[in-house]
Design a binder for this molecule. Structure first.
Ligand code: NAG
Ligand code: NAG
Length: 354
């Protein structure tokens, strides 16, 4: 605990030093570019402000979908920082000096898909980041996310963000935060943290996981404590990256007790819950699509049907105009003829009943 305090103090000191650093000679000599450029890329409109040494976001066009504000001197994100840019889908804030993020800073960004906050000095991340409804890629690497590790930040579960990639490498984590179920997560980078424990259960709630990087993170964990996690990776064909696989080829590792049937059942249950959340999400998308197709088809059919009716009506009107007199001649003239038509009518109604 004491070491942690010292660590965070040093970090704060370092952060404040870099923030208040004066203008160096080099900066005076080089011409100062301060204008962001607006460009269209990947069929999206974006603002590019990378490396301009700005300490706040200038006025930009409100329709931007990409904002690249990397390599600047932003140190905090306030509740109203992004209110004018609700269309942002890709936000790059890597290599700033961010240390404070208001809990409502990202709230207006309901279309945000990629958020890059790597290489900053963020100690405390607001939980609201994990509730962004469209967020798929989240980069947090190289931030001292001490708070995440100490207090196990209370995250509302299940998290709303449909995360597919999560990078928390080199974030000074000693244990992995409890995210709850993350049904869509495919890539998970937890390398370069000094983890004290690792649990298979943590990965069982990520049922789409394909790749996890645990290199330089498991040195302090006892060999046998790794076994359940490694076994789970093998059962679920999750590829994992390690800097040194030799630890897993030792006799010691082989002799570690394997998971009991009970352990496996618990993991299976967690995985199953995750899987049903995953399927529910995908089914709701497919059923929405199916409904749209059905409604579209019905509307098309109705239009065609009305058109057909209209054409038939026109046709009939054209035909009934002249032969109306002929029909009069065909109608039965006496009583006996009228009766003759009754059995025929009955016969047809019998057929239609069948
Ligand atoms: C994970 O993060 C580390 C450190 O940031 C990086 O070197 C490594 O390439 C990343 N792994 C993957 C699979 O992207
Ligand atoms: C857990 O799931 C795996 C494969 O999904 C299966 O082979 C195994 O029998 C299950 N174990 C238990 C105890 O439910």
């Amino acid at each position: 605990m004491y070491r942690l305090k010292v660590d965070s103090l040093m970090l704060l000191l370092w952060a404040s030093c870099t923030v208040t650093r004066g203008i160096s000679d080099v900066e005076v000599l080089t011409p100062k570019l301060t204008r962001c450029s607006h460009e269209r890329a990947y069929d999206m409109y974006g603002a590019y402000c990378g490396g301009l040494r700005l300490d706040k976001i200038p006025n930009l066009k409100s329709s931007i979908e990409i904002l690249d504000f990397s390599e600047n001197r932003l140190n905090e994100l306030q509740a109203d920082t992004f209110t004018n840019y609700p269309n942002i889908k890709f936000l790059y804030l890597t290599e700033n000096q961010l240390y404070r993020i208001d809990k409502d800073a990202f709230a207006p960004l309901v279309y945000l898909q990629t958020l890059d906050l790597s290489n900053n000095v963020i100690l405390e991340l607001p939980e609201t980041v994990f509730q962004l409804p469209s967020l798929r890629n989240l980069y947090l690497k190289n931030n001292p996310l001490l708070h995440l590790s100490i207090s196990n930040l209370e995250i509302r579960k299940p998290i709303k963000a449909p995360l597919e990639l999560l990078d928390i490498s080199n974030c000074k984590l000693e244990r992995l935060p409890n995210w709850g179920t993350i049904p869509h997560l495919v890539k998970y980078n937890i390398s370069h943290n000094q983890l004290k424990t690792i649990e298979a259960q943590h990965f069982a709630s990520m049922c789409a996981l394909k790749k996890v990087d645990i290199s330089k993170s498991i040195e302090e964990i006892k060999t046998c404590d790794l076994k359940p996690t490694i076994s789970w990776f093998q059962i679920k064909a999750i590829s994992f990256e390690l800097d040194d696989y030799s630890k897993l080829n030792t006799e010691e590792f082989n002799d570690c007790p394997s998971m009991t049937g009970n352990d496996l059942e618990i993991l299976n249950t967690t995985h199953h819950i995750c899987r049903s959340m995953y399927l529910k999400f995908h089914n709701s998308i497919t059923s929405r699509r199916t409904w749209l197709t059905v409604i579209g088809g019905l509307a098309g059919f109705l239009v065609c049907f009305m058109l057909l009716l209209y054409l038939m009506h026109r046709h009939n009107v054209a035909q009934t105009k002249e032969p109306s007199e002929k029909i009069k001649k065909v109608t039965p003239k006496n009583e006996s003829d009228k009766h003759a038509s009754i059995p025929i009518l009955n016969e047809t109604s019998d057929v239609s009943r069948l």
